[in-house]
Design a protein around this ligand. Structure first.
Ligand SMILES: [Zn+2]
Length: 379
């Protein structure tokens, strides 16, 4: 026998468990399951996304596409513990559609699997959802309500002309002119450089990483000066995944929401930081892929292409936004100066931070009325 198969009796080291199923994990809601239609949507580059339609029970309503922030998911609009945005839209005569784009914590790509940039979201995910919804609703109006990176990437899709003819857009937190607090910006750079070789994402659930792990220093840093003993809350509220920003006004969250933050927000991938950093330095949404012809449909600089915006835009922000500061007010001012022909308004929500504009226990009273007023004026 020339070739001999050698077998070792030593046990092989355990492989890291990687989630490979592209099926989104179940949504958490209190709707009648028969009203929730989950659509296996594939983006043009083959990535499986999540698209959910909530059946309002009658036809002919304007549709509203909801876009979550990075590491969140469609769950952020469906909180069972509060009167959520989907409840309000259904009651006010709209048909809600929820996209889980590839940065959703319901999907595996955020933590494992194929890496991406925000170019991919703007080029593939959002246009795929809009075109699918349009096929279903015909010529009924289609609005979009977008939070954080969902809104930032929507601005790139819009200025690329990839989602023309929306009836109106509500943008929360940040749109065309991203501006981060100085220390957030600095820490994003430092963390990115220091940690990139050792870890590829920052977890939020302390229970899954254990007391002693390579992440312990991050949690320890986030706990400094924190009033709340919950480590997940600390890393989000006190530190925004280690960046030093704050994601919400603490007392605006219901206790049930506070206690399940680790379900609502997933780990933050560090490999996205170079694109985010380039965007932040430019103070506008810029394309990452410059030499790759597949991305040439996207503008190199979304603000320079703002003339392609063909729909009214409502810019929303909490007065206490601890992540994007007054980016939305800045956006209104810049567009009023550079593109006075655009229909852009700005509304500030007193006493609100960033995520609590949707996750807050009083959001239906304090925030959603502004969204409904806007939708009602353009339906
Ligand atoms: Zn807390």
């Amino acid at each position: 026998m020339i070739f001999r198969t050698t077998r070792t009796t030593r046990p092989r080291p355990a492989l890291r468990r990687v989630r490979t199923t592209p099926t989104p994990r179940p949504l958490r809601h209190r709707l009648d399951a028969s009203r929730v239609e989950e659509i296996p949507l594939h983006a043009a580059d083959g990535v499986r996304l999540g698209l959910t339609r909530v059946d309002p029970g009658d036809r002919g309503r304007p549709a509203v596409l909801l876009l979550h922030g990075h590491t969140a998911s469609a769950d952020m609009f469906l909180l069972p513990e509060t009167r959520n945005l989907v409840d309000v839209l259904l009651d006010e005569g709209y048909e809600p559609w929820l996209l889980d784009w590839r940065g959703s914590c319901r999907l595996p790509y955020n933590e494992t699997g194929r890496r991406y940039t925000y170019d991919d979201v703007a080029l593939y995910d959002i246009p795929a959802a809009v075109s699918h919804i349009r096929e279903r609703i015909g010529d009924r109006p289609l609005f979009a309500v977008a939070h954080c990176i969902g809104s930032l990437t929507l601005s790139l899709s819009m200025t690329a002309g990839l989602v023309p003819g929306l009836a109106g857009v509500v943008s929360q937190g940040v749109f065309l002119t991203p501006k981060l607090a100085g220390r957030t910006s600095l820490r994003m750079t430092v963390a990115g450089e220091l940690l990139r070789t050792r870890i590829d994402h920052i977890p939020v659930d302390f229970r899954t990483v254990g007391l002693w792990s390579k992440y312990t220093p991050l949690f320890a840093l986030a706990s400094r000066g924190a009033d709340c003993p919950d480590p997940t809350c600390q890393i989000l509220h006190n530190s925004a995944w280690g960046t030093g920003a704050s994601l919400f006004v603490h007392e605006n969250l219901a206790e049930a929401t506070h206690d399940r933050l680790a379900q609502l927000l997933g780990p933050a991938p560090l490999w996205i930081l170079p694109h985010l950093r380039r965007i932040e330095l430019a103070r506008t949404v810029v394309r990452w892929h410059d030499g790759d012809h597949r991305y040439r449909a996207l503008p190199a600089n979304a603000l320079d292409a703002a003339g392609r915006i063909d729909t009214p835009v409502l810019l929303l922000a909490g007065s206490e936004n601890g992540l994007w500061l007054d980016s939305q007010k800045l956006c209104r001012d810049v567009l009023a100066h550079r593109r006075p022909e655009l229909d852009v308004t700005y509304t500030e929500i007193p006493g609100y931070g960033h995520l609590d504009t949707f996750l807050g226990r009083g959001a239906a009273l304090d925030v959603y009325g502004h969204i409904l007023d806007f939708l009602g004026a353009h339906r």
